[in-house]
Design a protein. Sequence first.
Length: 248
Amino acid sequence: MSGCVISDQHRVSGNFDQKALVLFSGGQDSTTCLAWALARFAAVETVGFDYAQRHRVELDCRHAVTDRLRREFPAWGRRLGEDHIVDLRVLGELSDTALTRDTQIAFKERGVPNTFIPGRNLLFFTFAAAIGYRRGARRLVGGMCETDYSGYPDCRDDTLKALQATLSLGMDHRFVIDTPLMWRDKAATWALARDLGGDALVALVRDETHSCYIGDRTHCHPWGHGCGDCPACDLRRRGWEAFAGGAA
């Protein structure tokens, strides 16, 4: 794996006159999207959501991620601005799911797992748009993916295109919802991190981010921390193995 960080002067496809707001959970996908946005936009802010999730430890990981980003990638650090936390614990109260209750993860009759929280991403982007409207950010960046995912309907490309139109019309403010991982599997997400920031960013994502649904930070694996058994850990592990094997 290359340890070279692509320099700013090579970012010819960047939108350095625009401001972005990244939905930043502290997980692998949102951290990779944050790096993607920092490589492309003049200014980047972040927003996290506390919805009483079982894996709330991911919110604590956000600080370690941004601290290392500022320290190890100073050019990105200069673009990284304010962080926002939105209290959406009412969503957790309304949701009877395995992400907000201490219940076993399983698949429902329609094939959607009980980790699906109805309306979660719709609410996330709506609140992000409200912040973006106030902060002058037109680009809203999320780590949703239709390739390696659990069948969540609010992760689909069509859903988010429709939501982009609705938010733009409803606020009379032209938003663009960017989903750089939409057509990437987990191995390609690891590869994107390497392309953006070399070995240093891959190590940051591996060591500091959290994706485990159970919220386990006690077990450390070659691909990072987690229980090793939940669907999120399984996806992350298989992606890492495919990525590491291809890079060897």
